[in-house]
Design a protein around this ligand. Structure first.
Ligand SMILES: NC(=O)c1ccc[n+]([C@@H]2O[C@H](COP(=O)([O-])OP(=O)(O)OC[C@H]3O[C@@H](n4cnc5c(N)ncnc54)[C@H](OP(=O)(O)O)[C@@H]3O)[C@@H](O)[C@H]2O)c1
Length: 269
């Protein structure tokens, strides 16, 4: 599994040809974990991904997500079929519940198990689950079944470091950070934070965004999925894979982007 993958949220708003080229470039550069969802552009993004991976499906680790409103037993099976059709493939490598909605988790997970049995998905996981949600999910599914929890994680949003990341590590649930570049709200050059990042980046011959990604994936079991629809941006981000920050650089980043007090009061021991 590549630690740096590619996100696709809002790609329907990008130039379609550039998006297809960027996805293919990402796969070429080893960012083979492609993350999408039925929600994105109401299926339009899965269609773009389907075009990009046509003929190279075997090189891709393909993840999509079911919308919680659809996540009954039958609804999940139906949603998966539709995603597979748009993605022009017969299987997903990973299928996620996009967030915990009002449908019973038992039903969604039973559908995920049926999809695994049918060879339509290889693994399944969850997204936007807090610790209470994960504890409930583990009660239903047991240990060693939930492949990952995909959650918000970037330098300015490090809350998951308090508890959630460690919880995932202890239960061997991969921790996949989304919006690693702050959904476009990345510190600008000329700002204090932007210049500090650029200083570290120049020492390694990479960009500030690559430094941010390298920080986020510094722990084993943590993955990230930056989004870009621009092939030259892919080239910049791909360099993060081999970038190892030294302890001093990590300490500098953590002083510039301090960990705020925990948002959640849920105790975890
Ligand atoms: N599970 C969930 O609920 C959830 C929620 C949010 C996101 N996600 C997933 O996580 C992925 C990533 O998060 P995100 O889309 O919120 O945002 P992000 O990856 O934090 O940031 C994406 C933004 O950064 C820009 N960018 C990327 N590389 C750049 C570069 N080298 N130079 C300049 N700008 C650059 C992109 O523009 P360009 O395209 O122009 O490069 C885009 O505007 C999503 O696409 C989605 O797959 C999941």
């Amino acid at each position: 599994m590549p630690v740096i993958g590619l996100g696709t949220w809002q790609m329907e708003a990008d130039d379609r040809e550039s998006a297809v080229v960027a996805i293919r470039r990402a796969i070429d550069r080893g960012m083979t974990h492609i993350d999408t969802a039925e929600l994105y552009g109401r299926g339009a993004v899965e269609d773009i991904v389907g075009e990009a991976i046509a003929g190279i499906r075997g090189e891709v680790f393909l993840a999509s997500k079911v919308h919680p409103d659809q996540a009954t037993y039958a609804g999940t099976l139906r949603a998966c079929e539709k995603s597979l059709r748009r993605l022009r493939t017969d299987r997903l490598d990973l299928y996620l519940l996009h967030w915990r909605g009002s449908q019973p988790l038992e039903e969604t997970f039973r559908a995920f198990d049926a999809l695994v049995q049918d060879g339509k998905i290889r693994a399944w996981g969850v997204s936007n689950f807090d610790i209470a949600d994960l504890e409930r999910a583990l009660e239903i599914a047991g240990e060693g079944v939930i492949a990952c929890n995909q959650v918000l994680y970037n330098l300015q949003e490090r809350d998951a470091e308090h508890l959630l990341q460690v919880f995932c590590e202890r239960h061997r649930i991969a921790f996949v950070g989304y919006s690693p570049l702050g959904s476009g709200q990345f510190p600008r050059p000329g700002s204090f934070k932007g210049d500090a990042l650029a200083g570290i980046a120049s020492g390694h011959g990479v960009t500030a965004r690559a430094v941010a990604l390298a920080y986020l994936v510094r722990r084993p079991g943590t993955f990230t999925i930056p989004k870009t629809a621009n092939a030259s941006h892919v080239d910049e981000l791909a360099l993060a894979r081999d970038l190892v920050l030294d302890p001093e650089e990590i300490a500098t980043l953590e002083s510039i982007f301090p960990l705020a007090p925990p948002k959640s009061e849920i105790p975890y021991v």
